[in-house]
Design a binder for this molecule. Structure first.
Ligand SMILES: C[S@@+](CC[C@H](N)C(=O)[O-])C[C@H]1O[C@@H](n2cnc3c(N)ncnc32)[C@H](O)[C@@H]1O
Length: 232
């Protein structure tokens, strides 16, 4: 998903012929997060290298790119994101929504810095604490859900330490979680809580807990875009 405010800023930055790597797919239940690669390809009109370690997501992206007439702009790579620097040593832009945490936000930033050209960009989203006061039940959920969650200033410090300048930050609005995402996900999860497969049942229950935590969160956490420029 590319927020309008950010789309305007980014389109002014890029010319032609940039190389861009993004992380493919979407959360396991489908939905709107998967569109970011196609939005980037059509906005930037430049080849996008879509990276994911799960091949079915990449295959689905390839199909959707064909349907939208963007196949010539999207190349898929089934690989580990930690190997980005050896496969793409000179990126103009690395775009990663909701994926860096898989190898640790700080580790991802320092690993990917080696792949991004000086003055090139990294645009990442990361789940952040947005307020000091977090309701206890939400704290409890994230104690196991994402114990490494940091505040925005802490993540800015992490990015600077990893060799980036902060170009901008942008917090996804509450509606971005709800419209076309939780409002679709919640009924699907509810319909699966009695599924015969225990793994499906557990996943449905975990998803409902996550949605419940979000409902009572009082905006104490959220996804933040970090638009970072690689220092020289
Ligand atoms: C929450 S999804 C977000 C994906 C996408 N950026 C989006 O917004 O829809 C995280 C993705 O990271 C992928 N992933 C997890 N660990 C990975 C790794 N070590 N290397 C590459 N991809 C990985 C998962 O398969 C999943 O597709």
């Amino acid at each position: 998903m590319l927020p309008n405010a950010m789309r305007g800023k980014l389109s002014k930055l890029f010319h032609t012929g940039i190389t861009c790597a993004t992380f493919c797919c979407h959360r396991s239940w489908s939905l709107k997060l998967k569109r970011n690669n196609l939005v980037l390809a059509s906005e930037l009109r430049t080849p996008i290298h879509a990276v994911d370690s799960y091949e079915p997501f990449l295959n689905r992206l390839e199909r959707r790119a064909k349907e939208k007439g963007l196949a010539h702009l999207v190349r898929i790579h089934c690989m580990n994101m930690k190997d980005i620097p050896s496969v793409f040593p000179t990126l103009d832009l690395l775009w990663s929504e909701g994926a860096a945490y898989n190898i640790g936000f700080a580790n991802a930033l320092s690993t990917w810095a080696k792949a991004i050209k000086p003055n090139g960009f990294a645009v990442l989203t990361e789940l952040c604490r947005l307020r000091e006061q977090i309701p206890n039940a939400v704290k409890e959920f994230f104690r196991s859900g994402y114990p490494d969650m940091q505040s925005v200033p802490q993540n800015i410090a992490i990015a600077e330490e990893a060799g980036y300048k902060i170009f901008n930050t942008y917090t996804l609005p509450r509606e971005a979680w709800v419209n076309d995402y939780y409002d679709v996900l919640e009924p699907r999860a509810k319909s699966l809580v009695n599924h015969s497969d225990v793994a499906v049942r557990d996943f449905a229950v975990e998803t409902l807990k996550e949605i419940e935590a979000f409902k009572i969160s009082e905006d104490s956490y959220g996804y933040v875009f970090f638009v970072l420029q690689r220092s020289n």
